[in-house]
Structures are given as C-alpha cells and as structure tokens.
Design a protein around this ligand. Structure first.
Ligand code: SAM
Length: 220
C-alpha cells in the first residue's frame, strides 16, 4: 500500500494521530529532503528507512519505490511540508503507482493553500489554485487570463525571492487598489496576514525588509 501522508507545514503539533500511526507502521518512508524529514520523524519518535525523491531524481527513484510496493512493502510518502502532491514532485509517483494498480490511501491534513484560505476572509467556496507561477514562459498569458476571472478566489504560492516581482505584476495587470490577502509564515512564530490593496501590500513588503522573509501564500 502507498500512503500519501500529510505532515505539518511547520508547527509540529499539526499532525493527525493516524498520520503518526501510519508512519510508525510502514516499512519505508519516502521523502524529499531527508534532513528535513529526519527532524520531523525524530520528534514523533519514528525510525524507518528513508527513501529520498526530488523533482530532479528521475525515473530510477520512482521505479525503486514502485518495486518495493510490488514486493508488498508498505511505503508512506511525506513532503518537506504539508500535503504531498501539492506543488511538489509526488504526483509523478502517484501516477506511476496507479498505472501499476497499486493501492493508494491518502492521510489528510490541510496544506498551505487550505490553511491560508481558511483565514483569508476571501470567498473560498470556489477557488483557483495555481501553485507557483511560471517564471518566464506563460507568465504574461496567465496574468492576462486572470484579468478575466469572475468569482473564484485565486491562490498562488510564492517564495521570498519572487514575492515582490509577483506583487508588481499583480499591480500591473490589476487595479492597484485591488484587494489581496498575503499569508506569511503560517503556523510559525511570525505568522501574519496582510489584507490590503495590492499597492499597500507591495509597499509594506518593500519598506519592511524584516517582513520579506519566509514562505508566502498570495490570494485575491
Ligand atoms: N506540499 C506543500 C503544501 O501542502 O502546501 C507545498 C510545498 S511548496 C514546495 C512550498 C510553498 O508552499 C512555499 O513556497 C509557500 O508558498 C507555501 N507554504 C508552505 N508552507 C507555508 C507556510 N508555513 N506559510 C506560508 N506559505 C507556506
């Protein structure tokens, strides 16, 4: 069985009993950065053989995990943070496992997208999750398409290196007074939400360098 196990986006208290039990029961745990996962697993007193997998790992590592599953080993997949498969490489393994008729079971917990949306105050019955925006190709096309969006809330993941660029693009393609919400460092010590116009949020992050740190979810 392949278990897709969601783990905290930071705060180690944010995990389900079932996730801990499954991680303790499986034969192997597949993860992205073994150092990151080791910290998490040590916290819950879990000691299992780790298999690492990155977006650049290639087919061999996927095949190795698939081979173990075919030998009836139980493998749990965890990502560096949150739900595996949400803006990380794990969907490749899920697709391959499905093509091999391997049973898959998800062990849920919200990812950063759901965590951010739940406290955003924006309409969240319909939303468009875009993950990380393309850096070059399609970026402009995507923004032009977004200008036409009607009711749904758009959710974007952003890194510290590209937040300002994305906010400037939003200012360019939308009205500068357009209301947005930026969630930063969710579940961490310096968690904050900024619920202002694009212009105000941009000014805030440009003029307060101490706040231009960590991980971001942008919503509008
Ligand atoms: N699998 C993860 C999930 O379920 O949300 C997402 C992994 S993706 C590689 C990392 C991005 O998620 C970050 O750049 C950021 O945009 C967002 N993110 C993850 N943790 C976050 C947090 N604690 N606060 C704000 N954004 C976060």
């Amino acid at each position: 069985m392949l278990y897709i196990v969601a783990t905290p986006i930071w705060n180690l208290e944010d995990i389900t009993y079932r996730a801990v039990r499954i991680l303790k029961e499986v034969d192997f745990i597949a993860c992205e950065d073994t150092r990151t996962s080791w910290v998490l697993l040590k916290h819950y007193d879990i000691s299992k053989p780790l298999l690492s997998f990155h977006s650049y790992s290639g087919q061999t590592k996927v095949d190795k995990i698939i081979d173990l599953l075919k030998e009836w080993k139980d493998v749990a997949v965890i990502s560096d943070a949150g739900t595996p498969g949400i803006s990380d490489p794990w969907y490749v393994l899920v697709q391959k496992a499905l093509s091999e008729n391997i049973e898959i079971s998800p062990i849920p917990w919200p990812s950063a997208v759901i965590t951010a949306l739940s406290a955003s105050g924006l309409q969240s019955n319909h939303f468009l999750y875009l993950g990380f925006l393309p850096v070059k190709k399609w970026r402009q096309t995507l923004f032009l398409r977004l200008q036409e969006k009607k009711d749904e809330t758009v959710v974007i993941y952003e890194s510290v290196h590209r937040l300002i660029r994305t906010l400037k693009d939003l200012e360019k393609y939308f009205w500068e007074e357009h209301y947005i919400v930026v969630g930063r460092e969710l579940t961490k010590k310096f968690e904050e939400f900024r619920r202002w116009s694009i212009k105000e949020v941009l000014e805030y992050f440009e003029k307060t360098p101490g706040k231009l740190k960590g991980e971001f979810v942008v919503m509008f």
